[in-house]
Design a protein around this ligand. Structure first.
Ligand SMILES: [Mn+2]
Length: 263
């Protein structure tokens, strides 16, 4: 049995190919997955309305339910595009929802998962915007507007999406490593981020212990990148949407993470 993590797939209305790939991927992992972590930005925009879900996402939602029916559990971390998950994810599926980060133990390895939109402390403008879009008046406005209008406006402004690249001027990746180092210093053995839309697979030595930082990029060149934690086959993998097969990118032995190196 394995734990699977994905991030930043940015599913969007009208882009059925990527959604079909995700549905196919879910079917692919169904026999082995014990738990699936969605590390934010699964959708380009999601708002948890009280009574409706956008019909364009029915293939994804029904496949998630299918996995839940077969015993798979879900953990969903807020992204910056999907932070108001609402009844479907919180009560129907249901997923355990995390607003910022999640810490868990997997086979003795301490795992820290975080979307990553707050890693850059210099990005004051984003922090302000984040507070505004997550405020009660904005949520109230969304509930008050007919869904087709709210979704139209939000999808229109959220298309920064998959091809989004962190600004060259930003020190995002520097902050990423710095935050990971701090998190490892306080005990984590494996740190998993998303948000950057780039792949990072970096072994780090902290307090003479082997640690690992992974950044999941979402889709890259029609491949869905995912992290698998399993006793015998842990690693960063790519799922190819045309062949429906997986390919390992970096494998690692989860039993070595957090272990002290011999002098
Ligand atoms: Mn993001």
């Amino acid at each position: 049995m394995s734990l699977i993590a994905v991030s930043d797939l940015h599913l969007a209305p009208g882009e059925t190919e990527l959604q079909s790939c995700f549905v196919r991927f879910l079917e692919f992992i169904k026999p082995e997955a014990e738990s699936v972590i969605i590390n934010g930005d699964l959708f380009n925009f999601w708002f948890g309305y009280r009574d409706v879900v956008p019909y364009c996402y029915v293939p994804t939602l029904s496949k998630l339910l299918d996995l839940a029916d077969s015993g798979v559990t879900f953990k969903y971390l807020h992204g910056n595009h999907d932070f108001n998950l609402g009844p479907f994810f919180e009560r129907v599926l249901p997923a355990m929802v995390f607003t910022h980060s999640l810490q868990m133990d997997y086979l003795g390895t301490k795992v820290h998962v975080e979307h990553g939109d707050l890693l850059d402390p210099e990005d004051i403008g984003y922090r302000f915007l984040r507070k505004v879009v997550r405020s009660r008046p904005i949520a109230w406005l969304f509930h008050a507007l007919p869904p087709h209008i709210g979704l139209h406006v939000a999808n229109g402004s959220a298309h920064i999406s998959r091809n989004y690249v962190i600004s060259k001027k930003s020190n995002f990746y520097y902050h990423c490593f710095e935050a990971a180092y701090r998190t490892m210093k306080s005990g984590a053995d494996l740190v998993v981020y998303g948000h950057g839309h780039r792949t990072i697979f970096s072994e780090m030595l902290v307090d003479n212990r082997q640690k690992l930082l992974v950044m999941l990029p979402g889709f890259r060149h029609k491949q869905l990148y995912f992290l698998r934690l399993a006793p015998d086959r842990s690693g960063l993998f790519m799922f190819d949407m045309s062949s429906g097969k997986e390919r390992p990118l970096h494998l690692f032995d989860i039993a070595t993470l957090g272990k002290e190196l011999e002098a």
